[in-house]
Design a protein around this ligand. Structure first.
Ligand code: GLN
Length: 448
């Protein structure tokens, strides 16, 4: 399996660019060792997997797709999720491309060659976990890990026609995930089908004393929830999720999916998430504010490539950061620093926090009556490389349907629900209550 994985990477990755670093020698040696092993009872035994490059892997280069971390070849420890995969005897094939520091929706913000959509390489794979989604879609690995702060697992999963889950905030440890916006970041699996996704979540979920925001909530056997039975399931469909700006093709696919649910004995009704129109604005303020603090550690001393042209210490910090970070990362740091500066805090950050609470309340009140919320994952299928790269606001608007889920902290999955006329995948998003990944999986699996 592991050799096939590298074989496939050699065949297609010159076009797809999903991988930034390969772990070939170690992985093959490890796989040979596993071949000799008589104990094969682990649920992911020997499975070839890819890991997004903002998840720290011991002694395996971890760059966050940033030039600034180009020389971070020897991380000293594994992220908790990586330890958990290692305990299952998963084989790490390599590290996956992304938007720099997970900021972006198209992979075009990678400091390296951007990942391309395996369905049509003129199109973006989505982002920021574009490499994670493309590697699974292109058959290079059986599953991958991504991270989702504002849609970064679900949006690329939708664009690449694979299954991607953002778990409930706190469900999966963030220890060893390079922080972008700590109150939103969550690691999750990208897979070819729902069962694999449930299997991987079962392994990576759970309380971790190393992450104070990880929740001490028992991890159910997610695969047991995949009964195929959704009779009586109550589905809410927010009218804002099928409103103007959503492609007719996307809307059509979602309506057809709802028909499938009806035929399986579920019911759906239209509801409203009245504050979702403020989600993108609130998200970009909050996430950029948190990022401006989190990225302070990249200074050319503690982390990062040091500028060679500096005369003194302050100059060295400034030059290292100016030379090391890409455009989009600088834009976010500036926005966040501004929003947090004294005199502006109440007007921006605090206000955005209040909006966040309103959005969470919208979901809470819907979940008093309904089991899941269903809509599209993205307003459009994948767009062309270069199409939005010069217009950050249009790029940000692409996250309009995924972002409210992060702000509310609830789980959401994207499953394929058809193709556009151009042959590009469309994603259906299923959102559940806090810590109710079981119902999300059950609904996704019955439809799939
Ligand atoms: N498009 C979002 C952003 O650029 C996605 C971020 C994410 O989920 N990592 O911030």
């Amino acid at each position: 399996l592991v050799e096939t994985s590298y074989q496939r990477i050699k065949e297609v990755d010159g076009d797809v660019h999903a991988f930034l670093t390969l772990n070939e020698e170690q992985a093959i040696a490890y796989a040979k060792q596993l071949d000799e092993s008589s104990e094969r009872n682990k649920s992911l035994f020997g499975m070839p997997a890819g890991v997004k490059d903002n998840i720290v892997t011991k002694a395996l280069r971890t760059t966050c797709a940033s030039q600034f971390l180009d020389n971070f070849n020897d991380p000293l420890y594994n992220a908790t999720v990586v330890e958990k995969l290692n305990n299952e005897q998963v084989v790490t094939i390599g590290k996956l491309n992304m938007d720099e520091f997970a900021m972006g929706s198209s992979n075009e913000n990678s400091s390296y060659e951007p990942t391309r959509n395996p369905w049509n390489t003129d199109y973006v794979p989505g982002g920021s976990s574009g490499g994670s989604a493309a590697s699974v879609a292109a058959g290079e690995v059986l599953f991958s890990l991504g991270s989702d702060t504002g849609g970064s697992i679900r949006q690329p999963a939708a664009f690449c026609g694979v299954v991607g889950l953002k778990p409930t905030y706190g469900r999966v440890s963030r220890f060893g995930l390079v922080a972008f916006a700590s109150s939103l970041d969550q690691i999750g699996p990208i897979t070819r089908n729902v069962e694999d996704n449930a299997r991987v979540l079962e392994v990576i979920a759970g309380h971790d004393p190393m992450d104070s925001t990880s929740a001490d909530v028992e991890v159910p056997a997610y695969t047991e929830a995949l009964t195929g039975d959704v009779r009586g399931l109550k589905i809410a469909v927010p009218k804002e999720y099928l409103a103007e700006g959503v492609d007719p093709e996307v809307k059509q696919s979602v309506l057809e999916a709802l028909k499938v649910y009806e035929s399986l004995g579920a019911t759906w009704e239209e509801v409203s998430l009245p504050h979702s129109k403020y989600a993108v604005a609130a998200y970009y303020l909050l996430s950029s504010s948190e990022a401006s603090a989190n990225l302070a550690r990249f200074d050319g001393v503690r982390y990062g490539v040091r500028s060679e042209n500096a005369d003194n210490m302050i100059d060295m910090f400034k030059k290292s950061r100016s030379e090391g970070f890409g455009e989009e990362v600088k834009r976010r740091i500036m926005l966040g620093t501004f929003a947090l500066s004294s005199g502006y805090y109440d007007a921006y950050y605090k206000k955005a926090q209040k909006v966040r609470t309103l959005i969470k309340n919208d979901f809470d009140s819907i979940f008093e009556t309904y089991d899941v919320v269903i809509g599209p994952t993205t307003p459009t299928p994948a767009f062309k490389i270069g199409e939005k790269v010069d217009d950050p606001l249009t790029m940000y608007a692409n996250d309009i349907i995924t972002i409210p889920v992060n702000l509310a902290g609830v789980p959401g999955i994207s499953v394929p629900c058809g193709f556009s006329e151009k042959g590009l995948p469309i994603g259906l998003q299923i959102i559940g209550k806090h810590f109710d990944e079981n119902t999300v999986f059950r609904a996704a699996h019955a439809y799939e």
